[in-house]
Unconditional design. Structure first.
Length: 194
């Protein structure tokens, strides 16, 4: 799985010694003793870190006579950086969309509700209407049963035309009604705002 590879890569690379080894190998291939000498570390320590880097394919080795040289797999590093950047950009776009949507919702609520929370009028446009209804149902709880009389009084806090709004709650699947008792549906069932 792609995500597992990304996690393994960054988990392994999250060690200062390994980053220093990669930086040294970026200048060209070296054998283990030379890397140990440049970093002032013991050969077994370097062997341990090189094995970790080899496991995620950041380095590979080639034997020249009796000496093993380590090379940096630059194409893999570039690929991982590209994947991570794309992941961040995609997430950044999603966050931008969420912020834009939140600002738009807030503007609609401010336009249709007075400062004391009264609904000025029921919007004609479907998207705005659904945002207004979602705002109103926030004071109701999932799993609680409401008698029609109670629901009417609740809606009257926002608007006098409680019958229309109550009917819209049913039509748009915010609530269901059975024997004069109303209950809030889970959000997944609510009408979708396109």
């Amino acid at each position: 799985m792609q995500l597992d590879r990304i996690v393994a890569f960054y988990k392994t690379m999250g060690d200062p010694t390994r980053i220093r080894i990669v930086a040294i190998l970026a200048k060209g291939p070296l054998h283990g003793q030379a890397i140990a000498g440049k970093l002032g570390l013991s050969a077994p320590t370097i062997t341990h870190h090189l094995k970790k880097l080899r496991d995620i394919h950041v380095v590979y080795d080639r034997r020249v006579k009796n000496t093993i040289y380590f090379y940096l797999n630059e194409s893999l590093i570039n690929q991982q950086a590209k994947v991570f950047t794309e992941l961040l950009e995609k997430r950044g776009e999603e966050l931008d969309d969420m912020v834009e949507e939140s600002i738009e919702r807030q503007k609609i609520i401010e336009n249709f509700f007075t400062k004391n929370g009264k609904l000025k009028n029921i919007p004609a446009q479907r998207k705005k209407k659904l945002i207004v209804f979602e705002h109103i149902v926030q004071g109701l709880k999932i799993g609680e049963k409401y008698e029609e009389k109670y629901l009417n009084e609740y809606i009257k806090q926002f608007h006098e035309d409680y019958a229309t709004i109550r009917r819209e709650f049913i039509i748009n699947h915010y609530m269901f009604r059975e024997n004069g008792i109303y209950e809030l549906n889970p959000e997944e069932m609510w009408a979708k705002i396109d």
